[in-house]
Design a protein around this ligand. Structure first.
Ligand code: IPE
Ligand code: IPE
Ligand code: MG
Length: 245
């Protein structure tokens, strides 16, 4: 059954996170190089960002490149970085016009200087936008993020700025890249793989997971709406004995 998800009942996910997987397989089944899959994947990104804004999702996090993806062949990494440049240069104006605020999370120190500038410009240009926050996870690994947060808190403690006895969940959350972003309600992974691959480990404690077989380049607005409808059918309990939403 299709149709627009129910926007009325307070059941819409506020934050949807997506592990965009399957670009390589999409290309392989067509006898094309992996790059062709990544290029097609960027088109899907464009469509899904637009759809998310239209549907009324407030935060969309896209896993674009993991810390571990640096281990891929240099050619492929180069192609992915080139596509990122292309996306940031080509889409910023449209995203800004559509009220999208851009945030990039991950280890920037490994990125090329021109990409860092593009990211900084995109973030500052769009910082006042309120329709949709697009969080791009780039050179991102959740374990690294948590380790960095722990290090920051330890440094603050050594300086006497934080009392170790006061370190709690909220303080650790506040030391993550996602400090001011609510936790994802819905996590979608495409391509049939059923694993997390070091994505948002802390933040997905109570997310609902939807795994779909569709390869990312084939993922459409309708697939997003289906996943949201599946989310709306779930009963979230957060450890309590009755649904709390
Ligand atoms: C997802 O597609 C994109 C990135 C991880 C950058 P893959 O490149 O992982 O595609 P498959 O999983 O090999 O099909
Ligand atoms: C996860 O996909 C990372 C991104 C989608 C950016 P991978 O294709 O890298 O994950 P594994 O290797 O299948 O776990
Ligand atoms: Mg993959």
């Amino acid at each position: 059954m299709h149709g627009s998800p129910d926007l009325s009942g307070g059941r819409m996910p506020q934050h949807v996170a997506i592990i965009m997987d399957g670009n390589g397989r999409w290309a392989k089944t067509r006898g094309l190089p992996r790059t062709a899959g990544h290029r097609k994947g960027v088109e899907a990104v464009r469509n899904i960002v637009k759809a998310a804004g239209d549907i009324g999702i407030r935060y969309l996090t896209l896993f674009s490149f993991s810390s571990e993806n640096w281990q891929r062949p240099a050619d492929e990494v180069g192609d992915l970085m080139q596509l990122l440049r292309f996306y940031l240069r080509g889409e910023i104006a449209t995203l800004h016009k559509n009220g999208v605020r851009i945030r990039v999370i991950g280890d920037r120190s490994r990125l090329a200087p021109d990409i860092i500038s593009l990211i900084e410009n995109a973030e500052s240009l769009t910082s006042g936008n309120t329709v949709l926050t697009l969080v791009i996870a780039l050179s991102y690994g959740a374990r690294q993020e948590i380790a960095v947060a722990a290090r920051r808190l330890a440094e603050a403690a050594v300086k006497g700025l934080v009392d170790p006895a006061q370190i709690d969940e909220a303080m650790l959350s506040g030391a993550l890249f996602t400090a001011d972003i609510p936790d994802p309600d819905l996590l979608i992974r495409t391509s049939g793989e059923k694993r997390i691959s070091n994505f948002l480990l802390w933040q997905i404690a109570y997310a609902e997971f939807v795994f779909v077989d569709t390869l990312w380049p084939d993922f459409t607005r309708r697939d997003l709406e289906d996943a949201i409808q599946e989310f709306c059918r779930r009963e979230r309990r957060f450890g309590a004995s009755v649904g709390t939403r």
